[in-house]
Design a protein around this ligand. Structure first.
Ligand SMILES: [Ca+2]
Length: 292
């Protein structure tokens, strides 16, 4: 989400939405060419947890600093409107096993943004320098906010972004939602030659006009050498391989770190309007990463 500038291609990606298939990826062994295994296979049982945050802790406390670092400041790249704050101001445990990232229409500390005095506060967390991994099953269970201008995301960046920059680092968007599409989420890859508006992805839409903000859902990727598969509530809706990146470099055979954030406004979601109520919350039950 950091550095993309155009989202018009999303309109065409929306048409590729696939709501299908009850198969669970949890049983797929590591390796792009491996056949799916039964749910009770040894391969599934052998999956080892490498990152687990269930967000248990006292209400109001900040996230575990051993697992997460908090990014602060504004973000001109996407023309986001929020200021990301430190500590537990906009990212705190609720005492019931959830992390709550809260977007508020406020500016108590006179934060300055790219467009002037910031209008909103929110939070953005990542595991850079604390947890990185190549491949495996990456999953979060979350309830997204609702309303025009909301832009929650669970995503990953290549850990080498500091040396090679973006998009050479690669970006795997496990889940993004924009408020004007309450029943749809997007999974996307960005890399060199397919960044910004050229990102490669697909959308998943809930059946029957449901909104993602109405309840918790699981969002996951199953990631192996030369393969990334996206699922919502265990329903696989997209698989990408090097054949999809148009002769460009596949940027996903290396370690990545995790990011959770709730942006407010920007090019893709558009800005909040009179219909948007505040505060809004991204509620995260857990983030789990396993080896497969
Ligand atoms: Ca939890």
């Amino acid at each position: 989400m950091t550095v993309r500038s155009s989202w018009r291609r999303r309109a065409s990606l929306y048409a590729a939405s696939l709501a299908c298939c009850a198969a669970s990826l949890a049983a797929v062994p590591t390796g792009a060419s491996a056949a799916p295994a039964p749910m009770d296979s040894p391969a599934n049982a052998a999956a080892a947890a490498t990152f687990t945050d269930d967000f248990n802790g006292a209400a109001g406390s900040a996230v575990d600093g051993g697992k997460w670092q908090i990014e602060t400041g504004d973000n001109v790249n996407n023309h986001e409107r929020q200021y990301y704050t430190a500590g537990n101001s906009n990212a705190a445990l609720d005492g019931q096993g959830n992390l709550v990232i809260t977007a508020r229409k406020e500016n108590p500390n006179n934060y300055q943004c790219w467009y002037g005095r910031c209008e909103y506060t929110s939070a953005r967390l990542n595991t850079s320098g604390k947890f990185t991994q190549a491949y495996g099953h990456v999953e979060a269970r979350m309830k997204v906010p609702r309303g025009q201008g909301m832009w929650p995301a669970f995503w990953m960046l290549g850990d080498d972004i500091g040396s090679v920059g973006w998009p050479a680092s690669g970006e795997i968007d496990v889940m993004e939602n924009v408020g004007f599409e309450p029943g749809t989420v997007h999974g996307t890859l960005h890399g060199p030659g397919y960044s910004g508006s050229g990102g490669i992805g697909a959308a998943y839409t809930l059946p029957g006009g449901q909104a993602f903000a109405d309840g918790f859902h699981t969002f996951a990727v199953d990631w192996a050498p030369n393969s990334v598969k996206w699922s919502v509530d265990g329903n696989v809706y997209q698989t990408r391989t090097p054949a999809d990146v148009g002769g460009n470099q596949w940027a996903f055979n290396k370690p990545f770190f995790l990011i959770l954030n709730l942006a407010v406004g920007g090019y893709w979601p558009g800005d909040p309007d009179g219909s948007t109520s505040f505060p809004q919350q991204l509620v995260v039950d857990y983030v789990h990463v396993t080896t497969q």
